[in-house]
Write a protein that binds this ligand. Structure first.
Ligand SMILES: [Zn+2]
Length: 164
């Protein structure tokens, strides 16, 4: 039997952290003092939202929800890509994913790719934002058709499957 490639089991990982940590720390609507700047990525919280605004002065520092998810390995979404077409066009598909993710991150600092893993012919992309996983799935469907499936596993967690 082929040995499974070592990787992070996000579901297990999430369950473990979910048990011993308050998931509220990841909430995007959490109240921060304004302005707050993230000590990890420099995103700024002001007027109730996160942006890349660099013009703030006298900001206090905190870690934004996206950076917190990255350090805790606690994604908000997972996109699984499978199928022989996606394997044959791997480079092109990953390029589309990265471009789309870059554009999303510019607009929405909390929507980022956490990790891209290759597992048994599948590509597993974890995201810090709930919306990004879905938007990446939609972008694949728009560009290449194929089958898109979306499931909501738990509160504020999305799992998107694209197969072609
Ligand atoms: Zn941050």
């Amino acid at each position: 039997m082929k040995r499974k490639k070592k990787g992070i089991d996000f579901k297990q990982e999430r369950t473990r952290i979910y048990d011993d940590q308050n998931p509220d720390v990841y909430r995007e609507k959490k109240k921060y003092k304004e302005p707050t700047v993230c000590s990890e990525c420099g995103a700024v919280f002001r007027k109730g939202r996160w942006s890349w605004d660099t013009s703030v002065e006298d900001a206090q520092t905190a870690v934004c929800p996206a950076c917190r998810r990255i350090s805790d390995k606690y994604p908000a979404g997972i996109l699984e890509i499978s199928g022989s077409f996606s394997e044959d066009h791997k480079d092109e598909i990953l390029k589309l994913i990265r471009n789309k993710a870059k554009a999303e991150k510019n607009e929405h600092p909390l929507e980022r790719i956490m990790d891209i893993e290759h597992q048994d012919g599948k590509k597993v992309i974890s995201t810090t934002g709930f919306h990004l996983a879905r938007r990446l799935g939609d972008a694949l469907k728009d560009a290449y058709q194929g089958e898109l499936d979306i499931s909501y596993d738990a509160e504020n967690f999305i799992r998107v499957y694209w197969n072609r």
